[in-house]
Design a protein around this ligand. Structure first.
Ligand code: APR
Length: 407
């Protein structure tokens, strides 16, 4: 019972698939199925503008309801797909009902990794990935005085920056030896450690929570594995995400740190694609199979799949890029720096405006920029291919990065 394109998941990637299918001229039925009860929305503002009180939670929608009507995109919000029947090309919905498909796109995203400690779901322990979680956290913050943030990655540090601006006591607990270790190099980690410290946030590196301490129906503190107990009336955990691969797995599709897809983002079933946080693909930027959690990856992979379904298939080859805003520091990352052998700093780290370029075997791997958007944009173009930029050139402050961008 085939019937157009069914998109499982209505986050940034799922939304973009629907959008781009129409933009590419696909004329068949499109159904977007999403578990959350809201029209597709953007997540980045939840931990940035919304938490800072600069953006309303009602203003994070990607498009108004009329857009979906005009573009004949059927929305099934507040619905979950229970299983995939590959033989019959249909999905079965939780609570009854089914949808046939010619193509199924899995854009199932990720879910929060939960704290592996006692009392992790006690009232007063918050996570931040969805609109509802953002609303609960903002409610909790109204009366909080001492906040412990668990995880010194993007979410934890964005929360720490926002919360400290309200004058609360904030401690960030991070088990690794440096901040944002998954995504940036040591120079940037050290810069951000200093940045947070200057704003009155204490960063406890090399420490992990052993127990969330409760009392009076809420949280009263966090006991660390170092023996120290931190008082807290609110705890936020940002300790990473887990790709949602269960639907694919149950349908017999290969999962390898994400739903495994080929260069066209197809699973081994030609009628099923996977995009965004839930998918792993072989990237020339990562030296193997990678799974990326970013708006860029969600949007560009969705465009690639829409192009493939609408008839103009091209392999996925976009330069990965990410950003995070903390205080007045806009940190932008392009490429993947893991495995670099040489790093070059441009600008003065102390000035809060600098970039770090990472090389391996003389080839540019990645560039992290703090308040140097021009370097970031040049870096993306350099990484796209054909650049001859050397570490010596990068180290020469008078050398303009953009002159090494291939014509
Ligand atoms: N206790 C404390 N910290 C932990 C634990 C733990 N048990 N487990 C992991 N961590 C730390 C990691 O060392 C890491 O520094 O939590 C941090 C998680 O950081 P990220 O991987 O950046 O994940 P997170 O900040 O949760 O962001 C999740 O949302 O904004 C997006 O792109 C972002 O993909 C990311 C996602």
């Amino acid at each position: 019972m085939p019937g157009g394109v069914v998109i499982a998941g209505a986050g940034q990637a799922g939304f973009q698939c629907a959008f781009s299918l129409r933009a590419e001229g696909y004329d068949g039925p499109i159904t977007l199925v999403g578990e959350e009860p809201y029209l597709p929305y953007q997540r980045p503002p939840l931990s940035k503008g919304c938490l800072l009180g600069k953006q309303d939670l009602d203003d994070v929608g990607l498009r108004p309801a009329a857009f979906y009507e005009t573009n004949r995109i059927e929305l099934q919000m507040g619905r979950r797909i229970a299983s995939i029947d590959r033989a019959e090309r249909r999905v079965l919905l939780d609570g009854g009902g089914e949808l046939g498909y010619d193509y199924l796109i899995l854009a199932t995203g990720s879910r929060n990794r939960l704290l592996p400690v006692a009392n992790a779901i006690l009232g007063g322990v918050f996570y931040l990935r969805t609109r509802d979680e953002a609303a609960s956290l903002m409610d909790g913050l109204e009366t909080a005085r001492s906040v412990v943030v668990i995880g010194g990655g993007f979410i934890g540090l964005e929360v720490a920056a926002a919360v400290s601006s309200y004058g609360m006591n904030v401690v960030v607990v991070e088990p690794q030896a440096r901040l944002m270790q998954r995504a940036v190099g040591p120079v940037v980690s050290a810069h951000h450690l200093d940045l947070h410290t200057r704003h009155g946030v204490r960063i406890a590196l090399g420490a992990a929570p052993a127990e969330i301490l409760g009392g009076g129906g809420g949280v009263v503190g966090v006991r660390l594995n170092t023996g120290e107990t931190l008082p807290a009336d609110l705890v936020v955990a940002g300790i990473g995400v887990i790709p949602q691969t269960e639907l694919a797995e149950a349908a017999g599709l290969r999962v390898e740190n994400g739903i495994a897809v080929d260069e066209y983002l197809r699973t081994e079933d030609d009628a099923i694609y996977a995009v965004g946080d839930c998918a792993s693909y072989v990237s020339r930027f990562g030296g193997g199979r990678v799974r990326l959690q970013s708006v860029q990856n969600a949007v560009d992979q969705a465009r690639c799949v829409a192009g493939g379904i609408a008839g103009a298939a091209k392999p996925y080859d976009a330069v990965p890029w990410f950003w995070t805003d903390q205080y007045d520091a806009k940190l932008q990352m392009a490429g993947l720096s893991n495995g670099f052998d040489t790093e070059v700093v441009r600008g003065e780290v102390e000035s809060g405006q600098f970039s770090v370029l990472y090389f391996r075997g003389g080839t540019l791997l990645a560039i992290d920029s703090v308040n140097r958007p021009g370097d970031h944009m040049a870096g993306r173009k350099l990484l796209a291919g054909g650049s001859t930029l050397t570490a010596d050139q990068a180290a020469d402050g008078s050398f303009e990065l953009k002159t090494a961008i291939p014509a």
